[in-house]
Design a protein around this ligand. Structure first.
Ligand code: NAP
Length: 485
């Protein structure tokens, strides 16, 4: 099988009711390769009529899908996993082309994304209810779990495959039909995956994919349809807040995976090399464009200088280039706007006293690149200590005590991921308990796992994806039946 993606096949239309069709208004959205700034393909720009057709298709398919035997649903999901795995190299290349991430990262994403189908294929046949006696002894309590209904899924560009499958796989396992609105920058992967679902046997209308340049009005119209019962969103906290307000008008259940500002804490007693390896993963996976990215690196005084020297050496050794060039370690950012934001954050930190140890420049080449950068003495009032950098910039600051670093780690509105490196597991667990985050990497730079609940506290979100029951529970509603017999 060829590993080169057929770009035009991925851009052949909106995917509604199992058919590929142009947008009603005939308009298109250009998809740009961030490594070259060239247009890769154009996808349809959906209108309100297209959105309404997608809801209609999801509604038509709903009854059949919820009544499909769990075993059958499970087998279809398993087939999605197998097809994604067989075509992993093609999908990884496609992700690299439209998102820019290095092939190594794109391969990792495809494996992670496919795993949601395998995991949920296994979960689809294990959805059970509850049966008990009322405390007064007057009746029995039966609790049944039913599919919540039609789901609107909205995903970002930084993980074009995984953020979609992390929602679609549990929704389908639960018996729901869905409308996916992927990010405008990276729609090709979503369409390539839709073709795979169809081949795996997902019936028409169960998954619908629409792309648009007017997500606000379109999603408002979809949420206003009383048949739509769930909004599952992954993206920025600002857009999440606007969507929560919109959904509240119709009392729609919401799951929100929002922004992060992860602290990466290294104590004096940490294994230095393990901490450096972990920091490179937590900071540089996807060139820093991850919600779980280490955004603030706090290093205890005794190990600080050795850590900074090791980190700078590793960052300087990274090769920047097109994601799909096998030699590349660090691909481009998604847009010029993203590069400009990074540049602004670095300039602000330097103005406030930070030192540039390496990088700190926009390289003079085509594409949306930024140099891998290490900063030290980054003050807590620098903009980058409170905003997501979303790029290859590692801001390091020194700390003295456990209490001090916990206070600094928690000094943020976000609470998605946090990382702790220490040789004392007791201290690690104690600090993990006090850091306000939904996920902690203890002596690990990577936390994502379909078998574990992914999600944040504070302004980082509501609900969890993945995990033994959390992910599917988001797409189910408990129905209680009081009965006497
Ligand atoms: P974004 O700007 O919030 O966009 C996310 C999605 O929302 C895109 O599909 C976007 O469509 C859509 N959107 C934008 N405005 C909308 C509106 N008014 N109504 C409805 N939909 C709207 O986020 P992003 O820049 O793509 O992604 C980066 C952010 O996602 C970061 O904050 C990152 O931390 C977060 N993230 C969180 C997680 C997590 O699991 N917690 C995972 C990955 C990323 P368009 O593309 O058409 O604008």
């Amino acid at each position: 099988m060829t590993t080169a993606p057929d770009i035009q096949a991925c851009a052949k239309g909106l995917y509604i009711n199992g058919q590929w069709r142009p947008a009603q208004g005939g308009k298109v959205i250009d998809v740009v390769d961030p490594s070259t700034e060239m247009v890769l393909a154009s996808v349809p720009d959906a209108t309100l009529e297209d959105a309404s057709a997608a809801v209609e298709a999801a509604a038509l398919a709903a009854e059949g899908w919820r009544n499909t035997a769990p075993r059958k649903r499970s087998e279809i999901l398993r087939r999605c996993f197998e097809l994604m795995t067989e075509r992993a190299e093609m999908l990884a290349t496609l992700i690299s082309m439209e998102n820019g991430k290095a092939l190594r990262d794109a391969r990792g994403e495809v494996a992670y994304a496919a795993e949601f189908f395998r995991w949920n294929a296994e979960e689809a046949v294990r959805i059970t209810g509850e049966f008990g006696t009322a405390p007064a002894g007057t009746n029995r309590i039966i609790v049944d779990y039913q599919p919540i209904g039609i789901c609107l899924l909205i995903t970002p560009w930084n993980f074009p495959a995984a953020m979609a499958t992390r929602k679609i796989a549990p929704a389908l396992a639960a018996g729901c039909t869905v409308i996916l609105k992927p990010a405008s920058e990276t729609p090709l992967t979503a369409f390539a995956l839709a073709a795979i679902y169809e081949e795996a046997g997902v019936p028409p209308g169960v998954v619908n994919v629409i792309t648009t340049t007017t997500p606000g009005p379109l999603t408002a119209a979809i949420l206003a349809d009383p048949r739509v019962r769930k909004l599952s969103f992954t993206g920025s906290t600002g857009v999440g807040r606007a969507l929560l307000a919109e959904a509240s008008k119709h009392v729609i259940s919401c799951a929100m995976e929002l922004g992060g500002n992860a602290p990466f804490i290294v104590f004096d007693d940490a294994d230095l090399n393990a901490a450096l390896d972990g920091a490179m993963i937590a900071k540089m996976r996807n060139a820093g464009e991850a919600c779980t990215a280490a955004n603030r690196i706090y290093v205890q005084s005794g190990i600080h200088d050795a850590f900074v020297a090791g980190l700078a050496g590793r960052m300087q050794a990274l090769k920047i280039g097109a994601g799909y060039d096998a030699a590349t370690d660090c691909g481009p950012m998604i847009t010029k706007k993203a590069v400009d934001k990074i540049d602004r954050l670095v300039a602000d930190a330097v103005k406030r006293g930070a030192q540039i140890i390496c990088g700190g420049q926009i390289p003079n080449q085509r594409g949306f690149f930024y140099q891998p950068t290490v900063l030290t003495e980054v003050p807590q009032d620098a903009d980058m200590a409170s905003e997501e950098i979303f790029g290859p910039v590692a801001p390091v600051s020194r700390f003295e005590t456990e209490d001090e670093v916990i206070a600094r780690a928690n000094d943020t509105e976000y609470g998605l991921a946090a990382y702790i490196y220490t040789g004392d597991v007791g201290r690690g667990l104690r600090v993990a308990g006090r850091v306000e985050a939904g996920m902690i990497g203890l002596n690990r730079g990577l936390v994502s796992d379909p078998a574990a609940p992914f999600g944040g506290v504070k302004q980082s979100g509501l609900g969890r994806e993945g995990g033994q029951h959390h992910g599917i529970a988001e797409f189910m509603e408990a129905k209680y039946i009081a009965t006497s017999f």
